[in-house]
Design a protein around this ligand. Structure first.
Ligand SMILES: *[C@@H]1O[C@H](CO)[C@@H](O)[C@H](O)[C@H]1NC(C)=O
Ligand SMILES: *[C@@H]1O[C@H](CO)[C@@H](O)[C@H](O)[C@H]1NC(C)=O
Ligand SMILES: *[C@@H]1O[C@H](CO)[C@@H](O)[C@H](O)[C@H]1NC(C)=O
Length: 282
């Protein structure tokens, strides 16, 4: 508990970018996975030193140790919000993540450099804010199926995988990288940014806060060489309009961008901060 700095992105943590698509940021999130004490069934009697007892516990490290932390958090969020979809829960976890360690400094990697979204996605999970995220990004089943089309699966294979898909579903004729960037995901990833110059993406957020009437304003953190325009800059929710959409126009102001760029878009109503990381790849 006194270990400083913590958290830190471990050497074995799964890093981005995704090998499947540069238009969905991966990883999504980071969670504790180093020296985790948990119940354990695999200790072999012959491994136990003489005079010691077989322990039903063990301390190990790995991505398989951080997965149960996120799963447990997802389960707790679902039990408090039984109507939320898996994508709403995922959004709650991602948009409430932290990027600050216990020394009030940016989270770093095992090498000591400041972590980027390729190291921790949206950041390290938090266990209080994720129960009340304010707004959520809901991703539909069709979004996921179209993504599977994009990465090369055909309509008949997708019908085998998804029980809920209707008979009329078929892969879009042309699902492009731009299509994938516009999937309603809690983060934004744009490929080939330098050659495109200007890119448009849209997102829709749903108010899940306790107040029906609330106004969120946007706060943008853009990297050097990039201009962001968010339209509109304020989202007004009412009892009858729980969903609001916005558009982000990314434009390059520098022709010499040579590396992937990171930034954030945060919607705030003063009480909740709904943060999305974005990445622009060259
Ligand atoms: C779809 O993909 C599967 C697996 O690759 C293949 O066996 C099947 O023939 C494909 N179907 C069509 C209609 O292309
Ligand atoms: C990037 O641009 C190249 C050339 O225009 C194109 O072939 C490729 O598909 C694009 N890739 C992505 C991920 O946008
Ligand atoms: C962005 O989207 C708007 C509305 O769909 C459109 O009018 C505009 O031309 C688009 N801009 C770019 C750069 O694609």
């Amino acid at each position: 508990m006194d270990y400083k700095p913590a958290p830190m992105v471990a050497i074995f943590s799964s890093r981005g970018p995704s090998g499947l698509s540069k238009n969905i940021l991966k990883p999504d999130i980071a969670a504790p996975g180093v020296a985790i004490l948990a119940a354990w069934i695999e200790n072999k009697v012959e491994d136990i030193p003489k005079g010691k007892k077989l322990s039903p516990y063990n301390i190990i490290s790995g991505t398989s140790m951080s997965c149960p932390h996120v799963s447990g958090l997802a389960g707790s969020i679902k039990s408090r919000n039984p109507t939320w979809s898996p994508s709403a829960i995922k959004s709650a976890i991602m948009t409430s993540a932290t990027q600050i360690n216990n020394m009030k400094a940016p989270i770093t990697t095992d090498l000591g450099s400041v972590a980027t979204p390729y190291d921790y996605g949206a950041g390290e999970i938090t266990t209080t804010e994720s129960f009340q995220p304010g707004l959520v990004y809901e991703t539909t089943i069709i979004d996921y199926l179209n993504y599977l089309c994009y990465i090369g699966l055909n309509t008949s294979t997708i019908k085998v995988i998804s029980k809920t898909v209707s008979d009329s579903f078929s892969c879009p004729e042309e699902s492009t990288p731009d299509y994938v960037s516009n999937i309603n995901y809690p983060s934004i990833a744009i490929s080939n940014f330098t050659s495109k110059g200007t890119v448009n993406v849209s997102r829709t957020v749903t108010n899940v806060g306790e107040e029906d009437e609330t106004v969120y304003s946007v706060i943008v953190d853009a990297p050097n060489g990039v201009k962001l325009q968010v339209i509109p800059e304020k989202l007004e929710f009412t009892k009858s309009s729980k969903k609001q959409s916005y558009r982000v126009i990314f434009s390059s102001t520098s022709s010499s961008v040579k590396e992937d760029l990171f930034g954030t878009i945060t919607w705030s109503n003063g009480k909740y901060n709904v943060r999305s990381p974005f990445i622009l790849t060259v």
